[in-house]
Design a protein around this ligand. Structure first.
Ligand SMILES: [Zn+2]
Length: 104
């Protein structure tokens, strides 16, 4: 079900380093939010929204890595089985990839 380029457009938001994009529901269908560090202008995170405007995919470009366990960029996907507490596990592709290139 890849999304190619978001037909609903891309919104830029700025905020502090170390945070996630706040928006998870009620966004423009099939859109993407790009989150930038308000001080450095560096891209920190991208989030894709599905046809219902719900978060479906994240790409993390930078966040706290004090344990040195993260490789950047890496992806997370959203599981909405429990709509009150959606899960956001880290993605691993069939060949061990950290990103899914059908999201772009
Ligand atoms: Zn992450």
């Amino acid at each position: 079900m890849g999304m190619a380029k978001p037909s609903g457009g891309v919104k830029k938001v700025y905020g502090p380093y170390g945070r996630n994009i706040k928006e998870i529901i009620n966004e423009t269908p099939n859109s993407r939010i790009d989150y930038y560090d308000e001080k450095t202008g560096k891209l920190l995170q991208q989030r894709w929204f599905d046809a219902d405007g719900k978060a479906v995919w994240d790409r993390d470009w930078d966040h706290n890595n004090s344990n040195n366990t993260h490789i950047f960029p890496h992806d997370h996907y959203w599981i909405w089985d429990n709509p009150v507490h959606p899960e956001r596990p880290e993605y691993k592709g069939p060949n061990g990839e950290n990103t899914n290139l059908s999201y772009c």
